[in-house]
Every structure is written in structure tokens, then in C-alpha cells.
Design a binder for this molecule. Structure first.
Ligand code: ADP
Ligand code: MG
Length: 256
């Protein structure tokens, strides 16, 4: 997975970690569910990294059939890796019921501590470090409700609102800002206001992902000009953000 950064451990991340590890102890999978950009996929990956395991993320779609998923499961079982199936509820309901019986087979093998087991007509080895996780966006267009047989194999965890201010503060501190507390407050308030007060446009994104890229940019600015006042650096980064995101609202303003 390389030497990429780690996540900020907030109460929400903690809750996801606890649910996922608890699920593993019961030979179940974990299912973080919630809106896009709240950290479901990344938290799963980060937990795998903390445990020293490989985590393979698969983006699911309606084109996926049980053969493709079965192949992935078989690979995970043989090498003891974690599988994170992103947007799992995009898969067709008829395929999901076959997948649930595949998962049941794997779960039985795990519970009986088998060294090898029969899977999809093949005898394969079982590494019991394996894990299966799915993330979901309930309520979006083109998503199916999971059948009960699948639901029973996963422990759900609801991920709705990421702890923006805490993530902001810790990231600013780690970029070298001493005034991180004040700047984090300003940033999160700015984003909150932008999300609430600006018009709804499909190209606007005031989520965690966008916020994070501004923080990284602020860190670069700070390293490029270490003598500049921190508040100024923060404001320059925010101004860039404003120019990018508000361009349309701004042009409207200038027209007036
Ligand atoms: N606790 C956290 N600390 C730092 N960054 C986070 C945290 N949680 C999420 N992120 C960031 O938020 C962005 C969206 O996360 P992601 O897991 O892709 O969302 P989802 O899968 O819920 O759509 C990513 O860039 C991720 O790095
Ligand atoms: Mg995701």
C-alpha cells in the first residue's frame, strides 16, 4: 500500500474500527454505510494498514456477476487479504443472493478453522486473516436494497458526518501550523457556510475530500514561504479555494 499518510483518528474512525474488528471476531464482515466522501473506504483501508494486511478495494457496479466476485473471494481467502467492495449495493439483487451463499461458504470454513475448503467447485487453501468489507450509499439512484441473507453476514456501521474540525486541526498541525486550532475553526465554518448558503451546483464540492486538498495546499504554501505569517498562509490557501469554487457565484457578483 506504500508509504502514504495515515488518517486522523476521530471518534467516528474509532467507531468504525471497533465495529469492523468486532465483526471479524464473530467471523462476519463489516458494512460502513453513509453518504459519499465521509471516510468509509479510507477507514477500512487504514485499519487494514494498521493490522499489516493488504486491502484490495474493488469498485462494484451493476455489470459485476457472481463469477467475478467469486474469483476475488477465492483470491482473498488464499492470500489472507482484506477485500473492500466499494458501493456494494450497486450490484444486481439477483447476483447478491448468489454472493451471499459464497460468503456463507467462506464463513463456515472460517468458523471450522479449515486449512482448505471447497469453493466454487475448487479445493482452495484458507488463510484466516482474510476479511470482507462492503461500503454502501443507501438512498442514491440506481442502488438496490441488500437482501436479508447478505445483511445477516455483515455488521453495519453508519457513517454520516465526519468530524471535520478535528481532522482539519490535526492535519494543519501535522503540516506545521502552530495556530492550527484557530485556522481549523475558520476553515470548517467557511465550508459549512459555503455548503449551506451557496446555490446547489453539481460541480461544487464542500466535502471532506475538497477540504483536505486545501489543507495539503496550505502546507505546501507554508513550506515554500516559512517566514510568512500563518494566518496569511491560511488565508491565501482559503482564497485559492474561494476562487476555484466560487468562480461562478463570483462572476455573478461582478456582473452586479
Ligand atoms: N479520519 C480521517 N482523517 C483524514 N482524512 C480522512 C478521514 N476520513 C476520511 N478522510 C478523507 O476523506 C476523503 C473521502 O474518504 P473516502 O473513504 O473515500 O469516502 P467514502 O468511501 O465514504 O466515499 C478521502 O480523501 C480521505 O482521505
Ligand atoms: Mg468509498
Amino acid at each position: 500500500m506504500g508509504l502514504n499518510g495515515r488518517l486522523v483518528i476521530t471518534p467516528l474512525t474509532d467507531r468504525i474500527y471497533l465495529t469492523l474488528t468486532q465483526a471479524l471476531s464473530m467471523y462476519l464482515g463489516g458494512a460502513p454505510a453513509g453518504p459519499a466522501g465521509t471516510g468509509k473506504t479510507e477507514s477500512t483501508k487504514d485499519l487494514a494498514k494498521a493490522l499489516g494486511l493488504l486491502c484490495v478495494v474493488t469498485n462494484c457496479g451493476e455489470g459485476m456477476d457472481y463469477m467475478a466476485v467469486g474469483k476475488i473471494f477465492s483470491g482473498l481467502a488464499q492470500c489472507g487479504a482484506w477485500g473492500c467492495f466499494d458501493e456494494f449495493n450497486r450490484i444486481d439483487a439477483s447476483v447478491l443472493s448468489v454472493i451471499s451463499s459464497q460468503m456463507q461458504t467462506i464463513r463456515n470454513a472460517l468458523m471450522l478453522h479449515c486449512k482448505t475448503f471447497q469453493f466454487e467447485g475448487q479445493e482452495i487453501t484458507m488463510d484466516d486473516r482474510m476479511g470482507i468489507f462492503i461500503t454502501m450509499n443507501p438512498g442514491y439512484a440506481g442502488r438496490t436494497e441488500l437482501p436479508e441473507s447478505v445483511k445477516a453476514l455483515f455488521r453495519p456501521v453508519v457513517v454520516i458526518v465526519p468530524d471535520l474540525q478535528q481532522i482539519c486541526e490535526i492535519m494543519l498541525f501535522s503540516e506545521g501550523f502552530l495556530l492550527a486550532k484557530v485556522l481549523a475553526k475558520k476553515m470548517t465554518v467557511l465550508y459549512k457556510l459555503a455548503r449551506e448558503q451557496l446555490s446547489k451546483q453539481s460541480h461544487y464540492d464542500f466535502g471532506l475530500r475538497a477540504l483536505k486538498s486545501v489543507l495539503v495546499m496550505a502546507g505546501e504554501l507554508k513550506r515554500d514561504s516559512p517566514n510568512l505569517n500563518e494566518v496569511v498562509t491560511g488565508f491565501v490557501a482559503c482564497d485559492w479555494f474561494k476562487l476555484f469554487s466560487f468562480s461562478q457565484e463570483m462572476s455573478f457578483f461582478f456582473l452586479w
